[in-house]
Design a protein around this ligand. Structure first.
Ligand SMILES: N[C@@H](Cc1c[nH]c[nH+]1)C(=O)O
Length: 391
């Protein structure tokens, strides 16, 4: 294949039909978060590696890095949460907390050769900064459900976990390195390897049982008392009490039905410090949204504050909505086909219709090699033909 048709790994084009669909969804989502008082923000595509790049807590190999003229290393933003932490701590530092912000931006995460995963994708997200109460966690989860609904996704599930519960359980039973391996398996949802790995560890039978029990801690709020039984750790119990409190809030917010507790949940970013969650469309095998509480990130930028938020991948949301059927010709505009001698009339007609909100394409017949084939695409064709044209 000639190189001129190739794109760098993980880069994709968006053709008009999909672009229109994505804009519509973006618009619906932004309207919904606007109704909850979230104000949109934009930040640059490039950030310093040493500040935002590191704070993003994305694997170093996944960062796209480049150098500016001063020799400083820059990254294409892999995440919006860290840039927002930067803004909240600098240009918005006098704004009283809590702050409610939203964004819709392209993010960049470089991919391995295999996998065929996008390295540039659009993410819509919100951040609620400065509210440590469980109501903030409840609000962002409820907002995630209502944005997914506003986007037209009726069937989805949300899983809610807690970083501190898992950390405490691992700390009590295994070393840091072992915990990292276990976390990796849980992140990959590779439960078979998780069990096999636990089986071959040099641990007491009880410790192995506790680690395996963790895997079954998924379901309704009835798993919380179960979860209590396998550890006496204070932090773990506090984490469970937070989820209980959250559940009540979510019931009051009317969104507990699509929710599940999942104490196995591990996300791809490690700045999370509390409640974490992930959203799945019924037809997809992978999560299209995720988020959670990150109480230590803002402090890295000099304005310590608790915070929580979520990000939705728009490409995966579109897939869940089943609108990935590929490019089709959209018969939504009207064609005005004119000949030079009638161009003034054609313009008047086009202006009138455009003012009424109609999409009009004006096309001089002389500019089209095959008029019949071209006109085929439009739902309505208006002709301002000259004397010598055949109709
Ligand atoms: N930035 C996270 C999503 C998130 C927003 N706020 C908290 N978490 C991500 O890219 O997955």
């Amino acid at each position: 294949m000639p190189l001129m048709f190739e794109k760098p790994l993980g880069m994709v084009d968006t053709l008009p039909a999909l672009y229109d669909r994505a804009s519509e969804i973006r618009h619906n989502i932004e309207q919904e978060t606007g109704r909850w008082g979230y104000r949109a923000i934009q930040t640059p595509s490039l950030e310093y590696y040493e500040t935002v790049g590191e704070a993003s807590a994305i694997h170093d190999q996944q960062l796209f890095k480049l150098l500016d003229r001063e020799g400083q290393t820059l990254v294409l933003r892999p995440d919006m949460t860290a840039p927002i932490a930067r803004v909240v701590s600098s240009s918005m530092k006098n704004e009283p907390l809590p702050l409610r912000l939203s964004y819709c931006n392209a993010l960049y995460r470089s991919q391995q050769k295999e996998g065929g995963v996008r390295a540039e994708f659009e993410q819509f997200g919100v951040e609620l900064v400065g509210d440590a109460s469980m109501n903030a966690d409840g609000e962002v989860i409820a907002l995630l459900t209502s944005t997914l609904r506003a986007a037209g996704l009726s069937a989805f599930r949300l899983a809610v976990g807690h970083v501190k519960y898992m950390n405490a359980l691992f700390k009590e039973n295994v070393s840091q390195e072992t915990a990292n391996v276990l976390r990796r398996y849980l992140y990959e949802k590779n439960y078979v390897s998780y069990r096999q790995y636990v089986d071959q560890l040099q641990l007491s039978a009880e410790a192995k049982n506790r680690l395996k029990h963790l895997q079954r801690l998924r379901g309704g709020p009835e798993v919380l008392p179960e979860a209590k039984k396998i550890t006496d750790n204070r932090e773990a119990h506090e984490a469970l009490a937070e989820i209980e409190d959250l559940w009540e809030i979510l019931e009051d917010l009317g969104v507990s039905e699509s929710l599940q507790v999942d104490l196995n949940l591990v996300l791809h970013i490690d700045y999370y410090t509390g409640v974490v969650f992930e959203g799945y469309g019924d037809s997809l095998g992978f999560p299209l949204a995720s988020g959670g509480r990150y109480d230590e990130l803002l402090g890295k930028f000099g304005r310590p504050a608790s915070a929580t938020g979520f990000g939705i991948r728009l490409d995966w949301l579109l897939e869940a909505l089943n609108h990935f059927e590929g490019e089709t010709l959209v018969r939504h505009s009207t064609l005005i086909l004119f000949s030079k001698e009638r161009q003034r009339e054609a313009v008047q007609e086009a202006n009138k219709r455009r003012q009424n909100g109609e999409a009009i394409i004006m096309q001089n017949r002389a500019g089209v090699p095959d008029v019949a084939a071209f006109a085929e695409k439009y739902k309505e064709v208006i002709s301002f033909a000259g004397e010598t044209d055949d109709e």
